[in-house]
Every structure is written in C-alpha cells, then in structure tokens.
Design a protein around this ligand. Structure first.
Ligand code: C2E
Ligand code: MG
Ligand code: MG
Length: 692
C-alpha cells in the first residue's frame, strides 16, 4: 500500500468539505469569436472575488492553455454541447496565486468551432493549499517511516498490509514477501504464536493493546526477541491494527549479563547461593524421579577471621580463591560447588549416599590439609564440614542447607577440621563404617574374628546333625559386630578372601577337634561370599583347609546364596563340580529370595536347599508364605534335595514345618548361634533332654 493511502485512511477529510462550502463562485459567459466576456452571476460586478476566465488576473500562460483546451473540446464535439474542467491561476496581487477550478459548458458549431461558452468558476485556493500541506505531511511521514529505528507495520486479519523499511531490513524478507499474504505469526516461534494471534485480533477489534514480548525468527533463521505494541486502526475502511516492533536483543543480552553477575560470586567465580538454589530444584526433581539420594555439604573454614584480621583482606581473598580451587578439584562434574559468602561454601552431590558423602568430606579435608602459599605466606586453614542427606534430613534446599549448617556446628564442637552428619544415626553408622575399614585389616592380624555355631536339627529324630558356623567380629571399640554389618565392607575392601579363608580353616579345625574329643558326629556348614566363590583359587583354598584340619570332606558343607549360584551358571557348575568331586557338600542358602532356574538346580551338584527365614517368620498367619514353603518342600523332594527351614523361632512354626514333612530345621527355637564352649554345653544338655 502506498504510504499516502495509509495516511489518507487516517486523516478526516470532512474539513475539505467545509472548505468548499463558503467558497467564492462566479458564473460567466464567453464568446470565443468576439472574445467578449460577461459575468452572469458574481464576478467583477459584485463583491465576489474577481475570478473566472474573464478576469484580467488570470495568469497569461494559463489563459492560453484554457483557451486551447476549449478549442480542442469543441473540435472533438462538432455541432454538440461539451463540458470540460480547466484549472488556472490568478494573480492575487500579493506575489502569490489564487487557484481557480472552472467547469465549462460549450456549444460547438458544425465545424467544431466553439460558439458559446459558459463557465462556473470556483476559487479553490484553500483546497489546493490543503492538498499541498497534505502532500508535505505525507512526505514527512514517509521520511519518518524510512528513518524510524523501530519496526512499524499495519496488519489486517493478522496479515501485513504495510511494513516500514526498518522492518524489512530487520527481518531480511522483501517488502513483496511481507505484503503477499504473510502473517505476523509466520515470523513468531511456535510457543508465542497464540499470544500474538490473540493480541492482534483484540487490537483489530478496537481494544488498545499492551506491549508484549515474543521471540521471532528472521529470514536467516536466527531468533530475535521483540517487544510488540499494537493499537486499533482502519485500513481501506475496515478495522485493522497498527503496531510497532522493538528489537530488544540488546536488553536481553544485558539482562543475561546482569543475571550472570547475580548468579556468580565475583571473588571465586563459583555459583552463588541463588544459582545453587535454582540448580538444586532441578537436581531434586531428577533425584526424586530416579529415587536416588543427594547429599549437601556445608563447609566453613576454621578461624578464617584470624587471617583477615592479621594479614588483611586482600590476602584473605586470595586464600579463599586458593581454597575454592582445591575444593573444586574434589567435586565431580555433576556436583555443584558454591560460595555462600565469607568463608562458607556449599557442595551439592547428587546420586550419593551417606558413605560416599563421608568419603567426599574426607577428601575435602585432605586437600585442605597442606599449607596454602599466599603472597609469600604459608597459611594453614582447616575446614569444618556438615552433611545433610536427602530425603532423610530434608526434602528441599532450605531445610537441607539449614541442617547441613547445624551439622557443621557439630563438627566445630567436635574440635574442627572434621565432618559430621546431621543425623545422629548417620554419625554413628559412618563412625562404625570407618572403624570397620581401619579395624578389619587389623582385626584379621589381631585374631579378632570368632565363630559361633548354631545347631541344625533333624525333625524326625530331634537329633542335631550339624552346625552352621557364623562369623562375628570382636572389635575392641565396637563390641561384637554381626556379619551383616561387616561382610559387605570386607567384600568392598577385598578383605573377604582372607576372612573367608580363616573361617573355613577355623570351622574345619573346630569340627575336627570336636570329633577327636568324641562328640557326636556333626557336619559343619560354612557360608561362602560370592566374591570368595568366584576367586580363582577357591577350590584349592577349600582343599587346603580340609587338609590342614584333617577333616573328612563329607563333613563340610558350603552354603552359597541363590544369587551366587545362578550368576554365571557355567563357571558355577565347574567350581561346584570340582568341590563335589572332592566330597564336599553344597547347599543353596536364603532359598526363595532370588530366582532359581530349576534346570540349573537339577544340573548343579547341590544337595540341600535352605528356605530363607523370611518365609518362616509368618508361617502361622501368612497363607502365602505357607504355600511357598510347602512348594519348596515338595520341589526339593521332587529334585531329591534335602530342605532345611531357617529361622524357626516358635514351637508352632516347628510343628507346621513338621506337618509339611520338612526334614531339617534351624533357629532360635532350638538355639542361638553359640561360642564353641557354650555350644558343647548346649549339646550335652540337649542330648539329656532328648533322652528324657
Ligand atoms: P545366613 O547364612 O542365612 O545365617 C543365618 C542367620 O540367621 C544368622 O545370622 C543367624 O544368627 C540367624 N538366625 C538363626 N536362627 C534365627 C532365628 O530363629 N531367628 C532369627 N531372626 N535369626 C536367626 P548372622 O549370624 O547374623 O549371619 C547373618 C548372615 O551373615 C548369614 O546369613 C550369612 O549370610 C552371613 N555370614 C555369616 N557368617 C559368614 C561367613 O563366615 N562368611 C560369609 N561370607 N558370610 C557369613
Ligand atoms: Mg548360611
Ligand atoms: Mg540363610
């Protein structure tokens, strides 16, 4: 659309009409032949302005042209009446012109010569001036549009009807492309199209708009953040919308830079509390989804104030930077190390459980242990750390931070340069874990391990056919530690092999001693860890233990968990066969908790299944457990395997099992696992009661 048209569409032309109303008008008659002129109405004879062709004020050039037009019109209409309009200027006597709009009616003779001419002359000087102003306005408007450093556009039904040069330049589309049916939303990213469409429709409907921000796409595919402001307009007599478009990419960049400044600690360049808290909600959602854990460590430097006070702030700052570097060397990519301010740091460790968090805390203490050399000073600064764990110590950033802070104070109370968990249990547990790690190795040399023996009872006869050897750790600080607590630590530390070997040797030795002492013939069951079982020299280790004790292999039974047996079945089969050939018995422990392939069970040289005690616990009330137990029993019979029920605690359980035809039982109902001497005593007493 030409700009003028757009301007006209917006300028009221009723003024133009008003102009015409009071205008001077004269009617005159002209005889071309004679050149006679006379005013019929108005004109020189009246007070009306002296206008019309008769006026001697008519510009000579214009008079010539007007007369030539009359001659030409007559020539075209011989013998007819014709009409024409002529324009001419009249000298206003002030150095300017008046403008005359003259409607002529002429009669032409047969030769096409004008005979008589009537003219109705109007003074249109005002009108002409108005048009001139209008033209000037349009020129200004056009210039403004061209120079505007803002996009200006007119939309009707969402489509461009006008775009200014800036907009064309900004987007890189040609004007034709814009005006050929392109819609504003065509330039807007998908997620902002709806608001754009709604806003322009509202403004077209006459509602003044509010500025709104959208992301747009240029012709070259780059994106452009823009602020649009629209207001109602008309175009070609119909409602439309006129809008301005501001390129706000600079503001956006500035905002981003400001945000960065707001997110990072200027001293260390580490994320600050604000950013950490933002990231934390993201971390939490991931951790929540994966049902994993997360640890938050609060780290405060001990006596940092002294450095600041004695050496000055700039050295203090330098030290903080050096500390931040060292801390950074410990954290993983997924962790966030942030500076809270002062000498306080926080570390968020996603996907980490208590032990691993303690491990990180220890490494943080370690990296800070050596002196920091700052500006020629060797400075020692130790941290105190507090750890809180998601979800146990809090489910949001604020509570985890608060609790990590509280834990940090516990570390300070405990003498600084150490770490503490928020929860007491965690502190006890990790302390134990630590003691275990350092103690296990020593314990092995210091002979701190002992075996307790639990009788295995034959249901039919009530006689004791053997014992299960169960290891315990007699730790000077922790007391008697149960295998459930330390076996997995030993496995992690690679200490399970020497411990397991000791258990094997000790169990064989003890049994042989009992046999030599004339105790009734018993077999001994020894638990074997999967790590130990997969150890290349395992079969030899068993052979050595037997040889060293002189125990007949038939009295030794090895207990392997269901999982151990079913993993890597081919290798398992080889090892089991080798052991079986030696004469050693094999049992599947904790049966029912893993999953067993019956095909393998049949192929493996296993002689016994031990039903896990979780099925026995509720035997009296839980019909499912009862069904499972009875199924295992009949399966065992079918596969010609002995079946033993573990964890028999009550007479009722015992009777139910007996009723089901279970052959062997073990549990507190008969005896707890006992130290060797007590077991011998128990055996004596038990035999007496049996006889009674
Ligand atoms: P397990 O082989 O299933 O041993 C039976 C566990 O059940 C023993 O726990 C025993 O004290 C307990 N128990 C026996 N009767 C009852 C009862 O009536 N009620 C209840 N509630 N519990 C009963 P313990 O001695 O704490 O041993 C735990 C586990 O540690 C053992 O489970 C075994 O898997 C492992 N373990 C024990 N000694 C050794 C060992 O020398 N080497 C290896 N690798 N693992 C061992
Ligand atoms: Mg066992
Ligand atoms: Mg068991």
């Amino acid at each position: 659309m030409p700009v003028g048209g757009f301007l006209e569409a917006n300028v009221k032309l009723s003024d133009y009409e008003t102009l015409l109303e009071g205008i001077g008008r004269v009617v005159y008659r002209l005889e071309p032949d004679s050149g006679r002129c006379e005013y019929v109405q108005g004109g020189a004879a009246s007070s009306d302005p002296v206008i019309g062709l008769p006026s001697d004020k008519v510009h000579p050039e214009d008079r010539e042209r007007a007369l030539a037009q009359i001659t030409a019109a007559a020539a075209e209409h011989p013998g007819q009446r014709a009409s024409l309009v002529v324009h001419y200027r009249l000298d206003d006597g002030l150095g300017g012109f008046r403008h005359c709009h003259d409607t002529l009616i002429l009669d032409a003779d047969a030769q096409g010569e004008p005979r008589e001419v009537y003219g109705v002359a109007l003074d249109v000087s005002e009108q002409v001036r108005a048009v001139a102003v209008l033209n000037e306005k349009e020129a200004h408007f056009q210039a403004a549009m061209n120079a505007a450093q803002v996009g200006i556009f007119l939309l009707q039904d969402g489509r461009f009807k006008y775009v200014n040069p800036y907009l064309i330049h900004l987007f890189g589309h040609s004007e034709a492309a814009f005006l050929n049916g392109m819609a504003l939303v065509d330039l807007v990213v998908a997620e902002h199209q709806e608001i754009t469409r709604e806003a322009s429709a509202m403004q077209q409907a006459g509602e003044p708009g509010r500025p709104y921000e959208i992301t747009m796409i240029r012709q070259d595919g780059t994106s452009l953040p823009a602020l649009i402001f629209g207001s109602p307009a008309t175009y070609e007599g119909r409602p439309a919308m006129i809008g301005t478009l501001l390129d706000i990419s600079r503001q956006k960049d500035a905002e981003r830079r400001a945000r960065e400044l707001a997110d990072f600690d200027p001293l260390t360049g580490l994320p600050n509390r604000r950013l950490l808290s933002d990231r934390f909600s993201l971390l939490l959602s991931v951790v929540e989804r994966d049902e994993s854990e997360l640890a938050l460590i609060f780290l405060d430097l001990d006596h940092f104030k002294r450095v600041n006070d004695s050496l000055g702030h700039s050295i203090g700052d330098e030290l903080l930077r050096a500390v931040a570097d060292r801390l950074n060397s410990v954290v993983r990519d997924v962790d966030t190390l942030a500076r809270l301010g002062g000498d306080e740091f926080i570390i968020a460790l996603p996907g980490i459980h208590a032990q691993a968090a303690a491990e990180v805390a220890r490494r943080l203490l370690e990296v800070c242990a050596s002196p920091f050399s700052v500006a020629g000073h060797d400075l020692i600064v130790t941290p105190s750390l507090g750890i809180s764990l998601y979800p146990d110590d809090g489910r949001d950033f604020e509570s985890l931070l608060r609790n990590a802070d509280a834990a940090m104070y516990k570390a300070k109370d405990a003498g600084r340069n150490t770490y503490r968990f928020y929860s007491r249990e965690m502190n006890v547990a990790t302390l134990k874990h630590l003691l275990m790690e350092s103690g296990l190795r020593r314990g092995l040399g210091a002979r701190e391990f002992v075996l307790h023996y639990q009788p295995l009872v034959h249901v039919e006869t009530g006689g004791i056919i053997g014992v299960e050897a169960l290891v315990r750790w007699q730790n000077p600080e922790l007391g008697l530690v149960s295998p459930d607590q330390f076996i997995h630590v030993a496995e992690d530390m690679g200490l399970i092999n020497p411990i397991g070997e000791w258990v094997l040797r000790e169990a064989c030795r003890q049994l042989r001693v009992w046999q030599d002492a004339g105790l009734p013939t018993l077999m001994v069951a020894v638990n074997v860890s999967p790590v130990q079982f997969r150890q290349p020299g395992f079969v030899e280790t068993v052979a050595d233990a037997l040889a060293a004790s002189g125990l007949n292999p038939h009295f030794l039974e090895l207990e392997l968990t269901e999982r151990t047996v079913m993993e890597d079945a081919e290798q398992t089969l080889k090892t089991l066969s080798a052991l079986n050939e030696m004469g050693v018995e094999l049992a599947v422990d904790d049966f029912g908790t893993g999953y067993s392939s019956l095909a393998y069970l049949k192929r493996f040289p296993v002689g016994k299944l031990k039903i896990d005690r979780s099925f026995i616990r509720n035997l009296e009330v839980d019909m499912d457990d009862r069904a499972i137990t009875s199924t295992i029993l009949s399966m065992g019979r079918g596969l010609r395997l002995e079946v033993l029920a573990e964890g028999v605690e009550t007479k009722a359980q015992y009777q139910i099992l007996r009723g089901m035809g279970c052959e062997l039982v073990q549990g507190y109902h008969f005896s707890q696992p006992l130290p060797p001497e007590q077991f011998v005593e128990f055996l004596e007493k038990y035999r007496t009661t049996l006889k009674d």
